[in-house]
Design a protein around this ligand. Structure first.
Ligand SMILES: [Zn+2]
Length: 249
């Protein structure tokens, strides 16, 4: 079962990143995959997630051009995520909910890295998926009201920042994504995702963007990091924080 979930995750990542590439280059979502450099149609053995990249040493079999390392990274990460989510939740509706959430988050991170865009279509899909995977224990209005505190705070913060600094601190797509995440997680966990993503984003900027302060950079990958850590270690992180500030005995 573990191998099945790893393969499923890497195949879905490969498919969604391929769709993101086609969407960006305005190609039809249908049709055989081609090398983006030489246009050669790819055979089945060129398209095996993770393994093809390793066997071909990261280069196209036909023209020798480098294959995107991000694509390989997404396949590996999503396969590992599926494996961990399966072991964490077992087989139930929550697993289905989070498998698709993380696949779409990963595709959004990939899209953000290569184009600095967040697709509204993917966000609408995530919202629809949350409604489809609705459980009787969920209280439907609270699914949406949970999303308001963090998204509302980000809108207010963005407006104030724009007023004072005349700059946009965060893309609208990122704020919409936090609204969607609020529909999947409690507002406290969504706040934790925001804190982790901001912290990791700041660390990234301090290391790699020191000379390009306030230059736009892809933020969805950091939101993805926040969501992964929150799903697997949310309870421990909140307990650690509360212990630190002395609110727990
Ligand atoms: Zn090629």
């Amino acid at each position: 079962m573990s191998v099945f979930f790893f393969l499923l995750g890497s195949v879905l990542a490969s498919f969604s990143c391929c769709m993101a590439d086609r969407w960006l280059s305005r190609q039809s979502p249908l049709g055989r995959s081609q090398c983006p450099h030489c246009g050669h149609q790819l055979a089945f053995n060129d398209l095996i997630p993770v393994l093809s990249f390793l066997f071909l040493k990261g280069r196209c079999r036909y023209c020798g051009s480098r294959i995107s390392i991000w694509l390989f990274g997404c396949e590996l990460l999503n396969g590992s995520l599926f494996l961990c989510l399966y072991h964490f939740y077992g087989i139930n509706i929550l697993l289905a909910r989070y498998l698709i959430l993380f696949t779409v988050l990963l595709a959004s991170a990939y899209l953000d890295i290569i184009s600095l865009q967040v697709s509204d279509a993917l966000l609408v899909f995530l919202l629809a998926w949350r409604v489809i995977t609705f459980q009787s224990a969920d209280h439907l209005p609270s699914v949406f009201t949970n999303a308001l505190p963090v998204a509302g705070f980000l809108i207010a913060f963005s407006l104030m920042f724009r007023l004072i600094r005349k700059k946009q601190p965060m893309g609208l797509g990122d704020i919409k994504l936090f609204f969607i995440l609020g529909c999947y997680f409690s507002w406290e966990r969504n706040l934790l995702i925001l804190l982790i993503s901001c912290l990791s984003g700041i660390i990234y900027c301090l290391i790699f963007q020191r000379k390009k302060a306030f230059q736009p950079f892809p933020f969805v990958p950091f939101i993805l990091i926040g969501a992964i850590l929150t799903v697997f270690f949310g309870r421990q992180l909140v307990s650690f924080y509360l212990l630190r500030i002395g609110q727990l005995p």
